[in-house]
Design a protein around this ligand. Structure first.
Ligand code: DP6
Length: 320
């Protein structure tokens, strides 16, 4: 009745932004991401009948705020008439700062809950269970370059290129470590309801996915860089044009973006992407990682720089 699972966050190169079904948390668009290797969430779930309620700690600190979403995730995996659970999570990077901590958390919770209850699921079922909890979590079940396909009634995920088949390095520049002002779920709804650019975003996504998929399959860094930056800036343009506007960037985010552009002009193989937070993620060839990290680390307002290779799938570490 106890299991531990580990999952790594993923960074979207072609973004998920907007939902077509809020109830079932189905995304409005497909997406492509890379799973990281060196940042991780390790979650243990222990069912214990006499417990009066579920409990959750993150890095040994009581985390009541996230508990309803984690409890609901476990309910969907094994049913609502279940014993209460003791959930302990360890995360080696800042939670809720636009680093996809929910993706690794819900992927790990889905796997750990299923293993603790002795239930086995097909990968497609796991993807939909994790995706109900958080859209990006379904992608963290798999390693390398992962495409999430938006199907008629559900989602599916697939690795389109393994981590070892195209090693890239991700450098994350932390410009603010506190939780973000507006959660991505809420910001997506503001965008869907009010942004004049939202429908164009949804319509154009199949094109961007096709270009990025081809770039990955052909290991074409320049093509991937161009489409990923375009898709990222398009997503933020939708938010900026929403009412009220949602602006996740700060001045250090902008300085990092300009620094990446300068590196590109100097011939460095690097591109940027930014999610629902002020951190900038620079994706580069491994040989450029030191240079990119040193450049971003020296920028005013960058408090920390983290580096990661691409990693493998989420997995159960132990179950008893
Ligand atoms: C900007 O997966 O956090 O990181 O399904 O509401 O939990 P919910 O959203 P979430 O959104 C991720 C948004 C993004 C882009 C991406 O990861 O594709």
């Amino acid at each position: 009745m106890r299991a531990t699972a580990i999952a790594q966050p993923n960074i979207a190169l072609i973004k998920y932004w907007g939902k077509r079904d809020l109830q079932r948390n189905l995304p409005a668009v497909g997406s492509i991401s890379i799973t990281l290797r060196d940042l991780s969430t390790t979650m243990s779930v222990e069912f214990d009948d006499p417990l009066p309620a579920d409990s959750l700690t993150i890095n040994d600190i009581d985390a009541q705020q996230m508990l309803p979403r984690i409890s609901a995730c476990i309910d969907r995996v094994i049913g609502q008439t279940r014993p209460r659970a003791r959930i302990n999570s360890r995360c080696n990077f800042p939670v809720a700062a636009g680093l996809a901590s929910s993706a690794s958390a819900f992927a790990a919770a889905t796997l750990a809950a299923a293993a603790a209850a002795g239930k086995s699921f097909e990968q497609a079922e796991l993807a939909n269970l994790a995706g109900r909890a958080s859209g990006s979590a379904a992608r963290s079940l798999l390693g390398g370059f992962v495409e999430l396909e938006n199907r008629e009634n559900d989602i599916s995920v697939e690795t389109i290129c393994a981590a070892d088949d195209w090693p890239l390095t991700v450098v994350v520049a932390i410009t603010e470590s506190g939780p973000k002002a507006v959660g991505s779920t809420e910001a997506m709804e503001i965008s869907r309801k009010t942004s004049p650019f939202y429908s164009a975003w949804v319509e154009r996504q199949a094109h961007d996915l096709g270009v990025a998929r081809q770039a990955v399959l052909q290991r074409d860094f320049e093509q991937l860089a161009a489409i990923a930056e375009h898709n990222c800036l398009k997503m933020h343009s939708i938010m900026w044009a929403s009412r009220p506007p949602v602006v996740y960037w700060n001045s250090a985010t902008m300085r990092c973006l300009q620094a990446v552009r300068k590196l590109q002009r100097e011939g460095t193989a690097v591109f940027f992407t930014i999610d629902a937070g002020p951190q900038l993620k620079a994706v580069c060839l491994p040989g450029e990682a030191e240079r990119v990290s040193a450049t971003l680390g020296a920028i005013e307002g960058v408090s920390e720089v983290m580096m990661s290779a691409l990693g493998g799938a989420a997995r159960v570490l132990d179950a008893s």
